[in-house]
Design a protein around this ligand. Sequence first.
Ligand code: ATP
Ligand code: MG
Length: 478
Amino acid sequence: MSMPVNATQFDGGPKREPSDIVIGLDFGTSFTKTVLQDPNLRKAFAVPFDGLSHPDNRYLLPSRLMLGQNGNWELAGWESKGIRGLKVPLMKNPEKNISLQVSGKLRTNAKELGAAFLALVLRRTRIWFLTKWKEAYGHSEIRWQLNLGIPALSYDEEKIKEAFLVAARAAWWLSIQDGPVTFSLAREAAGRALHYDFFPGIDRDFINVVPEVVAEVAGYARSSFRRPGLHLIVDVGASTMDIATFRLDETSGELRYSFLWAEVNDNACHRLHRERTRKVQSELAVWLKALDRAHDHNVLGSHADYQPPGILLGDVDEEFVSRAALPIRSSKKLGNEVLMQSMSSTSIPHRSPAIRKLMAITKKKRDPNSEEWRTGVPLFVCGGGGELRLFREDVMRKVADGLKGYQWQGFRQMRLPMPDELTVDGLSEEDYHRLAVAYGLSFFFQDIGHIVPPSKIEDITVGPIKDVEELFVEKEQV
Ligand SMILES: Nc1ncnc2c1ncn2[C@@H]1O[C@H](COP(=O)(O)OP(=O)(O)OP(=O)(O)O)[C@@H](O)[C@H]1O
Ligand SMILES: [Mg+2]
């Protein structure tokens, strides 16, 4: 007999001891990643999404939904178009009406969509675990917990925190109901979850939200590959870039990790794409106008005048040019030098000041004496944008160049190491960074670390960090 879609426990006989299993759910703008952990045994499992995932990585689930003819929500795989952009509206405007053009006009909002999507992810995740790990856990009663990532820096960002918490609670409730996740059930769940005494189906304390970058650092800090000292982490996702400097210190076997400075901004893949697209479009529009003018004057131009402009985005953009298959020719052949000039002057991607500022603050005020300034500051570039040489190398070189006046050795770029404790099947070491947030989220909530507002923290001018597991945040940085 196949397992019911809303199963939460192994079937069969009486259960022995309970086992805590934490679901670390990184709800990304483009891709969702899920890691389960039994934190008491320090065993973690990455959840594959075969049949739906990115063709090169079975652990990347496209964050997309489909509404079937029957009014049931379903996960939309890589091949399907689906409804995208579920996360950004949940961050920015969770209550706003969203019209769906499916079988007539339907109105919904980001909380309902988020709840439906997360519920389907939870169902699939639990079924995968209950099927795959029956031998090891089949005799246990599973005590589920859920940590959902939020695209914010601190727990103080009430609006984002609240929207994601409500969606997470609604999602859990939805995921344990009988039958399919219908449009109307998702609406009911989102409404119910607003009430202060709403019971999602597991203890309310077992559903939490955690800033993504905090989770990412926590995962590294608890892996056996960690090194003491100062680090910089840059996570370039689809909609947000998270940057943070942090320290790890271990004294008499006790681990401490402290954030020195952090920022979440929107200089990420989608913005880069939007700005480049705009630039290319505006340059092509100039060319089209010129072509029209030539026609107005009844001048039959030369062959070259009818060719679209070559687009030279500069050396650093080779990768982009080849991916986007843009026409690129050498300037000599192009004929229209003016166009060429404006095309090549695109400066969109080099938005390094945020990172530079963060490094400068860290050096001047937070951790001036760290050994790493002399030996090279370990740098992890993570997230899908980290695949781009542009972010991985060019932007970081620009940061280092901009800080030449400081006495330091620049960065030591390192790959975020895949923890030994994580069981994966078919994920290369190089791709682990895509799962790093989900892995960090799969620890007990209370072990991930807490955050204090920056107003309560004094600048550090000498010596190492005194506070433990803290994130220093300024409101205007967000
Ligand atoms: N090989 C690659 N080359 C260039 N860009 C890539 C590559 N792989 C992924 N990307 C980009 O990375 C993005 C997805 O990265 P990631 O999974 O880290 O984002 P996310 O977690 O979904 O987003 P966010 O954290 O902002 O919510 C996509 O938007 C895609 O444009
Ligand atoms: Mg992400």
